[in-house]
Design a protein around this ligand. Structure first.
Ligand SMILES: Cc1cc2nc3c(=O)[nH]c(=O)nc-3n(C[C@H](O)[C@H](O)[C@H](O)COP(=O)(O)O)c2cc1C
Length: 219
């Protein structure tokens, strides 16, 4: 009898352990949105400007993922003004980063992405969608471009790579060499230049949380 009780206890303990393991697993996958939120927020909080790289190349698959993430950005009236030029020929970096004191560091990057914006939009007038398309200035291309570059930077971080947004627009001395080199059409602006590579290490995200910048219900 004593032996039977012991065996029953052991069976119950095993069952309890199995249930706990099983439920633990279920709990984890029962709320996949929580895992996704955690991963997304971690990527956002870990993003930092990276200006030193090792020589590792970026695979074509990762390259395409980064580009797909960039162009998934929101866009006013869904105009999507972005064009992205991918550069890997280091001999051209002197021109791209004309005057930039980080030039030698940026030459270590695996690829440089030039984010360009079509500042116009060609489509039928809003008031008459049946009329022939006309070309007009797009007043909100800058906003779309910022979202596009940030999406890209987050995808870079998510892949364990490093990048830094370097200014181009609106500085004529930084825009003109790129504009001439790429022979950009007159309506296209070189907006930002982003070198990407495997981080050589050192850079850390900054803590930018500042409650004086947050206003609830009033300024
Ligand atoms: C519009 C813009 C232009 C920038 N231009 C440059 C630049 O020309 N060179 C550079 O090294 N970093 C540049 N940065 C990166 C900033 O210096 C960096 O984002 C800032 O110091 C905050 O650091 P964090 O990105 O690590 O959070 C630029 C960032 C933005 C958003």
């Amino acid at each position: 009898m004593k032996k039977q009780i012991l065996m029953l206890s052991a069976a119950l303990l095993t069952l309890a352990a199995m249930t706990a393991a099983c439920c633990g697993k279920e709990n984890k996958s029962a709320d996949p949105s929580a895992d996704r939120a955690e991963a997304t927020i971690a990527t956002i909080m870990q993003r930092k400007s990276v200006r030193s790289y090792t020589a590792d190349p970026i695979s074509d698959t990762v390259m395409e993922t980064l580009l797909r993430a960039a162009v998934a950005a929101p866009s006013g009236m869904d105009i999507r003004p972005w064009h992205i030029v991918v550069m890997t020929d280091k001999s051209q970096y002197d021109t791209l980063f004309a005057g930039n004191f980080n030039l030698e560091k940026f030459k270590q990057s695996s690829a440089v992405f030039i984010f360009c914006a079509d500042t116009t939009v060609t489509r039928p007038p809003r008031e008459n969608p049946q009329a022939p398309a006309v070309t007009t200035p797009n007043p909100i291309w800058r906003d779309d471009m910022g979202a596009c570059v940030e999406n890209f930077l987050l995808a870079v971080e998510a892949h364990g790579l490093g990048a830094v947004w370097t200014a181009c627009y609106p500085f004529p001395n930084q825009m003109e060499p790129v504009r001439n080199f790429l022979k950009l059409p007159g309506n296209v602006v070189p907006y930002a230049i982003v070198p990407v590579g495997t981080p050589a290490g050192g850079e850390q995200p900054k803590d930018k949380w500042d409650t004086t910048r947050i206003h609830y219900g009033r300024w």
